[in-house]
Design a protein around this ligand. Structure first.
Ligand SMILES: CCC(=O)Oc1c(C)cccc1C(=O)O
Ligand SMILES: [Ca+2]
Ligand SMILES: [Zn+2]
Length: 313
């Protein structure tokens, strides 16, 4: 209850100090905040794998309001940021819009170069220090993972083929909307030894070998049919919708991040469904923009051009 609410502080993965909600009980402060009206809690998995029945692990506590585990500090503080984004932007109360607790576990696996939503909670590996540093250190990573939970609670896009690529892209889109100063994904945690690179680019997916046009989509079996690759096609469309630009001879005039986010959020809630493909994504975005801005609006025109620019009709 409010009497036990306190403010914790600690350094994140990149050495930046941040504050977050904690709860005091029996001589300890716990990474378990309830001040937002829902529970946001962060656990130490102590290196069990993501499929372990021992998850979430041990609730992280400190004998003072200072927390010394950077992985936990960022997982917890960034979960609050993502909750606040969905609540403040769309009025959504947690990933299920019913106030579900947001549970995260850090130190999952051994040098695990992964992060995931496992259906019930978020899990973060520590990375091997070369490919990734501890993955909760990226705000866009946490935005990406928690958006998998939002997608699961709405369109529930099947995680393979084109619907799987859309599932991935929706997570990248909202990861980028929340980590709002760039259009890269994972840049804060990817290859700590190499400056300026990222796991994926939405502004130029081809920079990291992902397609930015439907004609160049991957059609093989790897990675559930290339869900982390073909996401680049829809990511490029979203980028063009927000920022404008031209691709493959098609000019797009940008409508900005906020309207783009509104269109995708509405499409996800009302028009996308589990087996949606890229063509139905185009239609869903057009319909959402029509609802929001009018049939003959500049926004609808931009949506059409953005999808034409990436070869999706
Ligand atoms: C941007 C976050 C991300 O892509 O996390 C994953 C990683 C690092 C490996 C495998 C899967 C995922 C995922 O969440 O899709
Ligand atoms: Ca980013
Ligand atoms: Zn993902």
């Amino acid at each position: 209850n409010a009497a036990n609410d306190a403010t914790g502080t600690g350094k994140g993965v990149l050495g930046d100090t941040k504050t977050f909600d904690v709860t005091y009980s029996g001589g300890y402060y716990y990474l378990d905040g309830t001040s937002r009206g829902i529970e946001i809690a962060t656990y130490d998995a102590k290196h069990v794998p993501y499929y372990s029945p021992n998850l979430p692990g041990t609730l992280i506590r400190s004998s003072s309001t200072t927390f010394s585990d950077p992985a936990a500090v960022d997982a917890h503080a960034y979960a609050e940021r993502v909750y606040d984004y969905y609540k403040n932007t769309f009025g959504r109360n947690s990933y299920d819009n019913k106030g579900a607790p947001i549970i995260s576990s850090v130190h999952v696996g051994n040098k695990w170069n992964n992060a995931a939503w496992i259906g019930t909670q978020m899990v973060y590996g520590d990375g091997d220090g070369t490919t990734f540093r501890t993955l909760s250190g990226g705000l866009d990573v946490i935005g990406h993972e928690l958006t998998h939970a939002v997608t699961q609670s709405t369109a529930d896009l099947i995680y393979q083929g084109e619907s799987g690529a859309l599932n991935e892209s929706i997570s990248d889109i909202f990861g980028a909307m929340i980590d709002s100063d760039d259009w890269d994904i994972g840049e804060d945690v990817y290859t700590p030894g190499i400056a300026g690179d990222a796991l994926r680019s939405m502004s130029d997916p081809t920079k990291y070998g992902d397609p930015d046009n439907y004609a160049n989509r991957y059609t093989g079996p790897d990675d559930n049919g290339g869900v982390h690759t073909n996401s680049g096609i829809n990511n490029k469309a979203a980028y063009l919708m927000a920022q404008g630009g031209s691709a493959y001879g098609v000019q797009v005039s940008g409508i900005g991040r906020a309207k783009t986010a509104n269109i995708y959020y509405r499409a996800l809630n009302y028009y996308l469904y589990s087996s949606s493909n890229f063509s139905s994504m185009r239609q869903a975005a057009i319909q959402a923009a029509t609802d929001l801005y009018g049939a003959n609006s500049a926004e609808v025109n931009t949506v059409k051009n953005a999808y034409s620019a990436v070869g999706v009709y």
